[in-house]
Design a protein around this ligand. Structure first.
Ligand code: NDP
Length: 316
């Protein structure tokens, strides 16, 4: 039989949302327990420099920032654990969660901060430069600035790709957009905006064969027209991938209302409430629109305040 542990507040995930929830919950004497998840520190650990989080005038690297957030959460007594939650049962008043370390956790409140994972093409060359921090990124708003005055490539044809291509076009001399079909998936207005931007070149029916580099950073991509078979080299120092995100919500779907793309639905707009009383959501698991560290941190705070209020309502 698994060991049962009880907690007032279980936080699942360790991005800016999870750690901010932990800071607030710990300072409110809720003694939160936090499971870090598969990727301790979350998506920011795959970003280089974070320059848009208020309070860091000189910027900070993503991994460093997450170490600081973890330390801040620990300072107030959060119980932070390396491991992940594999299963939940939210059918009763006490929320049961099982962790990969064999523990069964009975939580009065749960704050889901499991985030979303950016999807990548999966090419070996793409992963190589992503891991090196050498020019592959899935977030133009985070990393676009580093390519100011340079040429970039963006892959994708949805609203995100269009929004990010437009963002990059204001910073870069040229943006080449690689679209795998002969049309956009994005809304007409977003696609039109991209088409009407002078320094964005759109290559339809085009797929990436290889991300090219000099061993340190990206220098371009070898791309192929999937109708004619013709191969072209596109020069660029930044290779942006905007082919969608997958929210990490699979283990909750039996109990928590999700939208058609798997994001958790807020039961009450403007709060962190889910459809299950005592279960709250913060960060990218419920946000396909903003996806920023600062917005995730903000909703992490909301999750902890809502959990505190819920417990107070139960006489704690
Ligand atoms: P989408 O799933 O809408 O689009 C993904 C795009 O990536 C598609 O064009 C798809 O091509 C392409 N793609 C997928 N896999 C590959 C691959 N292996 N190689 C090349 N291209 C690939 O994701 P988004 O992130 O753009 O949007 C998610 C949701 O968020 C949507 O509902 C969107 O409307 C919404 N959103 C709204 C915004 C706004 O309103 N401001 C801003 C951003 C997002 P294909 O079309 O061929 O399948």
């Amino acid at each position: 039989m698994s060991e049962i542990e009880k907690t007032k507040c279980l936080i699942i995930g360790s991005g800016p949302a999870g750690y901010t929830a932990a800071i607030y919950a710990a300072r409110a004497e809720m003694k939160p327990m936090l499971y870090q998840g598969m990727q301790p520190g979350g998506q920011l650990t795959t970003t280089n420099e974070v320059e848009n989080f208020p309070g860091y005038p000189d910027g900070i690297t993503g991994p460093e920032m997450m170490v600081q957030l973890e330390a801040q959460a620990k300072r107030f007594g959060s119980d932070i654990r390396f491991g992940f939650i594999t299963k939940v049962d939210f059918s009763g008043d006490i929320h049961k969660c099982w962790a990969d370390d064999g523990k069964e956790i009975h939580a009065e409140t749960v704050i889901i901060s499991t985030g979303a994972s950016a999807m990548y093409l999966g090419l070996e060359s793409e992963q190589k430069y992503l891991k090196l921090g050498g020019g592959v990124s899935a977030c133009a708003v985070c990393d676009g600035f580093f390519y100011k005055g340079q040429e970039t490539i963006i892959v994708g044809a949805g609203d995100s790709a269009c929004e990010e291509a437009h963002y990059l076009s204001k910073l870069c001399t040229k943006v080449t957009m690689l679209v795998r079909r002969d049309e956009f998936r994005a809304s007409k207005i977003m696609a039109e905006r991209v088409k009407n931007t002078e320094n964005i070149e759109i290559m339809f029916n085009t797929e990436t064969e290889e991300v090219l580099g000099d061993g340190q950073g990206v220098t371009g991509a070898r791309v192929k027209n999937n109708i004619t078979g013709e191969e072209t080299i596109v020069n660029a120092t930044g290779f942006f991938v905007a082919i969608g995100h997958k929210p990490n919500t699979d283990i909750f779907k039996e109990f928590i209302d999700l939208d058609e793309t798997g994001y958790i639905k807020y039961a009450e707009p403007g709060t962190s409430h889910t459809n299950v009383p005592g279960v709250f959501v913060s960060g990218d698991a419920a946000d396909k629109r903003y996806r920023q560290a600062i917005t995730a941190a903000g909703t992490g705070c909301m999750g902890a305040l809502d959990a505190e209020k819920y417990l107070a309502g139960k006489g704690h």
